[in-house]
Design a protein. Sequence first.
Length: 294
Amino acid sequence: MNLLKKFLDYAKFSTGDFEKIFANVEMPPCPEVVVTLMQKLDQPDIDIDQIVPLLESDASLAAQILKIANSALYGLPGKVTSIAKAVSLLGLTEIRNIAVGYAMTKAVKDPGKQGFEIGKYWSDSIFRAVFSKKTAEHLGVESEEAFSAALLQDIAIPMLMDRWFHLYRDVFETWLQSDKRLHEIEDDILAWNHAQAGAWISQSWQLPDIFTCCIGLHVSPVREIKKLNLAESVVAPVALSNKLSVAFEDNTPLENAIEEAKELGIDSKTLEGLVEDSKEMVSSIAEALGIRTS
């Protein structure tokens, strides 16, 4: 059973017919350069020489690739000054992941609704992305997709706030006054949640299955991830990152996050180290992505 089918079976994706739900909602498309890149990378025997001109054709994407390549996220020796060198050093998978992050920064806009702080949204998303990558590396699982998959996990929230607020208002206002998790309130009021909606966006953008799974399962307890035999995949670090960010947001004790981490064999001291290292990188990564977090 592949990862996407596991997710679809678990999350009961069909409970929300998103094609109908969003029939009158114009979701932002994935940038054309990213769509083309995905298509090319799906081709067998793709050559770097075919990818570099495509990346260079979009000045904004090219600039972001260079900024990320030179950021603390990769810690490469020496300054990367060309797209060709960035592709050579990072590899096509990492370039794809950076492009996915670029697509998100283009798609997500500030909905301008009272109670929703776009800077906080971005700082939280970047923290989770960095933490997921570091945790995946610590666990020895495939970590290449960790950063972008985690960055995307809440992509649906600002879109729902911006484009569907007349129906999402009850959810958001209830959440502001409640101790319950956002996805729990969504399930109660809407019978679906932002994780499922985000997975639908991932599918509509034709992103790799692993991104759809990470987005769709990020609100799930780690024990559920283990039951799906996904504990040794990038899905687990992404799900753990969500529990941590929620705890930090409310300034509450981290007992729940610590218990979740133990499910993956991460003790509290190690968890604290991963958290601190990740928090230190948020501002520099935000700058590389061209995002304001305050």
